[in-house]
Write a protein that binds this ligand. Structure first.
Ligand SMILES: Cc1ncc(COP(=O)(O)O)c(C=O)c1O
Length: 371
């Protein structure tokens, strides 16, 4: 018999992620639709996204934070195209997005001497081999492999290079070691469940200095330009945008940020995320045919929770069956990742829903294995 309880929300996708509990379209009623984003009131809304995001994340006051085009991909690529060149670059490639940044660096920017440190899904590259005199590019949390950085010890406090961190599935769910990072990026569509639209680009004073002094040798599309003849375009970090934003998406981003403030800020977001991982960890511990894809327990991601099941064929069927039952949407692994299940455990997901989902996984797995 199928379980009697269903998750109240069946959205377990790793992006776009579930809306915050209680969200409805009415949350967007105040959106300044049909207005110019450069007018005072809409610009203030954009600026509020910047200020509330920085405050919630504990971003140091001397950093710059801007809203940029192209979601997290845009934010990362703007950083790579704007900042890389003066120093050798090390890049960590341990799942598909970080591998994409390696492709950008090696095949598109063709940076001489770039070193790619790769690891298979479920593992991290050898972090001890990085050179603190080089720039380093990496994801804090591998959304497609369920592996996160276990700590920041491998990032030197006195590094000469820049640490460029794609934190899209970590920001608002985990602590970020701001003192060890120089560029931090994320998107609206991840941990706070916003509409997919813009990316957020945070720059340390050292990254800003690089931006000020370094002129890339390659052409820069307007979409990527953070500087003009006078230096850094400071308006980008005060609510101006490079091109036209969606004010509907801005309102939705603000709704997610307001919810995060209401429940208690970053500590509460982290606690909700960790509660989801705790539910899954307890299930893995009592389920002999299940395991985490992450090899090192210290690196298990609490947001993109990637699981292996003893019978990979059954895993595929479980995801399809739970989709058909409307119990869980989008829990099949990323298309290039090993078979299994990927359950989003970020802060907008309720632990009670994760618990209910796992009962359904048990039911579906048993059905498929004995079919
Ligand atoms: C680690 C990581 N980097 C980059 C991206 C790309 O993000 P976006 O599609 O928002 O540009 C994702 C999306 O899931 C991701 O998980």
């Amino acid at each position: 018999m199928p379980p009697s309880h269903r998750p109240a929300c069946a959205n377990f996708s790793s992006g776009p992620c579930a809306k915050r509990p209680g969200w409805s379209l009415e949350a967007l009623n105040g959106a300044l639709l049909g207005r110019s984003h450069r007018a005072a009131a809409p610009r203030a809304r954009l600026r509020a996204v910047i200020e509330k995001s920085g405050a919630l994340l504990g971003m140091p006051p001397d950093w710059r934070l801007g809203i940029v085009p192209g979601s997290d991909t845009g934010a990362v690529e703007i950083a790579l195209w704007s900042l890389l060149g003066p120093r050798p670059v090390d890049v960590l490639a341990f799942e598909s997005f970080s591998a994409a940044w390696a492709t950008d660096i090696v095949a598109q920017l063709r940076l001489p001497g770039a070193r790619v440190f790769s690891a298979p899904y479920g593992e991290l590259p050898d972090l001890a081999r990085l050179d603190p005199a080089h720039d380093v590019v990496f994801a804090w949390n591998g959304t497609t492999s369920g592996v996160r950085m276990p700590n920041a010890d491998w990032l030197a406090a006195d590094r000469a290079g820049l640490a460029i961190c794609d934190a899209t599935s970590a920001a608002f769910a985990m602590d970020l070691p701001w003192d060890r990072l120089d560029v931090v990026t994320w998107s609206w569509q991840k941990c706070l469940g916003g509409e997919a639209a813009h990316g957020m680009l945070a720059l340390s004073p050292r990254a800003a200095q690089r931006l000020q002094t370094h002129r890339p040798s390659w052409p820069m599309p307007k979409l990527f330009r953070l500087t003009d003849a006078d230096g850094i375009i400071e308006g980008i970090f005060r609510g101006d945008t490079i091109n036209t934003p969606s004010l509907l998406c801005v309102e939705d981003a603000l709704d997610g940020l307001a919810w995060a403030e209401t429940i208690g800020g970053l500590p509460a977001l982290k606690a909700r995320t960790e509660a989801n991982l705790a539910v899954v960890a307890a299930w893995v511990a009592r389920t002999p045919h299940a395991g985490f894809l992450a090899r090192d327990p210290g690196s298990i991601s609490p947001t993109a929770i990637c699981l292996t099941l003893e019978n990979p064929e059954a895993a595929r069927a479980v995801a399809a069956l739970l989709e058909a039952e409307a119990v869980a949407h989008d829990i099949a692994p990323y298309r290039d990742a090993p078979p299994g299940l990927r359950l989003w455990g970020g802060p907008t997901v309720d632990a009670a829903d994760m618990r209910a989902l796992l009962d359904w996984v048990d039911w579906a797995y048993a059905r498929e294995v004995h079919a």
